[in-house]
Write a protein that binds this ligand. Structure first.
Ligand code: PGA
Length: 256
C-alpha cells in the first residue's frame, strides 16, 4: 500500500503572519491524523517560521517550491539545497509548470535540480503535465514520457523511491477545471508504466503519484479513490486552512 501524500503549494502567497494563522487553524483540525503524509510548501520567506512550528507536531512536514540547480556561489537571488536542509525542509517541488512556462525551465534544468536535491537528501516532488493544446492534439502520452525521461535521467532506483511525481495537467491548474477522475487515472497509470520502463516493476509500484489541478474538498474523494492516484498537490484550496483540512479529511475517509 502506498501512503497517500497531500501537499499545499502556496505559490507566491502568505506572509509569515498569514502562515502563522493558517497553522493555528489547520494543525488543530488535523492533529490526530497520522495515516497520510502532509506537507506545507510556503514561499521561502515563511519557511523558517513554518518549519519551527511543524517541528513540534511531527505529522506535517515542510517543503520548498523550488531550489537552485547549483550548489552555491555567484547566483544572485537563488536558494541552494543546503540552505533548505538547514531549515529542515523535507520535500522540494521541481519543474512546476509555472516554472517551466514562465521561467524557461527545461527538462535538462529540471533534471539537474533533481540530482542536486537528491544529493542533499531532499525529496523531490517532480511536476509533469500537458497543456490543453497538447491534449487536444492527442499528445498526452508523448509529452509525459518526454518530461519523465528527461527529468529523471540518471536517477537510481533508490533515488526514484525518494521521489514523488505530481501529474498536473496545465489546463487544470488554477482554472477550476479539474481532470475527471477517469482522465487522471489514465494519465497516472501511464506515468507508472513509464517509470517501470526506465526503472523496474517494484520501483514503479512503490513510487507515489499525486494529482494536481483544481483539487477542492468536493472533488477529493472521487480523485483520491482512483487506484493510481496517491495524493494531491493543492494550490488555491490550500490557502484556506479549512478547505485544506477538508481535503485531508476526505482523503482519510477512504482509509477508514
Ligand atoms: P491549483 O494549483 O490547485 O490552484 O489548481 C495546483 C498547483 O499548481 O500545484
Amino acid at each position: 500500500m502506498r501512503k497517500k501524500i497531500i501537499a499545499a503549494n502556496w505559490k507566491m502567497n502568505m506572509t509569515v503572519n498569514e502562515a502563522d494563522s493558517f497553522l493555528d487553524t489547520f494543525l488543530l483540525e488535523v492533529s490526530e491524523e497520522n495515516r497520510l503524509d502532509m506537507v506545507i510548501i510556503p514561499p521561502f520567506t515563511a519557511i523558517p517560521r513554518v518549519s519551527e512550528r511543524l517541528n513540534k507536531v511531527q505529522n506535517v512536514k515542510v517543503g520548498a517550491q523550488n531550489l537552485s540547480a547549483e550548489k552555491g556561489g555567484a547566483f544572485t537571488g537563488e536558494i541552494s539545497a543546503s540552505m533548505l536542509r538547514e531549515l529542515f525542509v523535507r520535500n522540494v517541488i521541481i519543474g512546476h509548470s509555472e516554472r517551466r512556462a514562465l521561467y524557461g525551465e527545461t527538462d535538462a534544468i529540471v533534471n539537474k535540480k533533481m540530482h542536486t536535491a537528491l544529493e542533499a537528501s531532499l525529496k523531490p516532488i517532480l511536476c509533469v503535465g500537458e497543456t490543453l493544446t497538447q491534449r487536444d492534439a492527442g499528445k498526452v502520452e508523448e509529452v509525459l514520457e518526454t518530461q519523465l525521461k528527461g527529468s529523471l535521467a540518471g536517477l537510481t532506483a533508490k533515488e526514484l523511491h525518494e521521489t514523488v511525481i505530481a501529474y498536473e495537467p496545465v489546463w487544470a491548474i488554477g482554472t477550476g477545471r479539474t481532470a475527471s477522475p477517469a482522465q487522471a487515472q489514465v494519465a497516472h497509470a501511464f506515468i507508472r508504466k513509464v517509470i517501470e520502463a526506465i526503472s523496474d516493476h517494484s520501483t514503479a509500484d512503490k513510487i507515489r503519484i499525486q494529482y494536481g489541478g483544481s483539487v477542492k474538498p468536493d472533488n477529493t474523494e472521487a480523485l483520491m479513490s482512483q487506484p493510481d492516484i496517491d495524493g494531491a498537490l493543492v494550490g488555491g484550496a490550500s490557502l484556506d486552512p479549512r478547505a485544506f483540512s477538508e481535503i485531508v479529511k476526505h482523503t482519510c475517509k477512504l482509509l477508514d
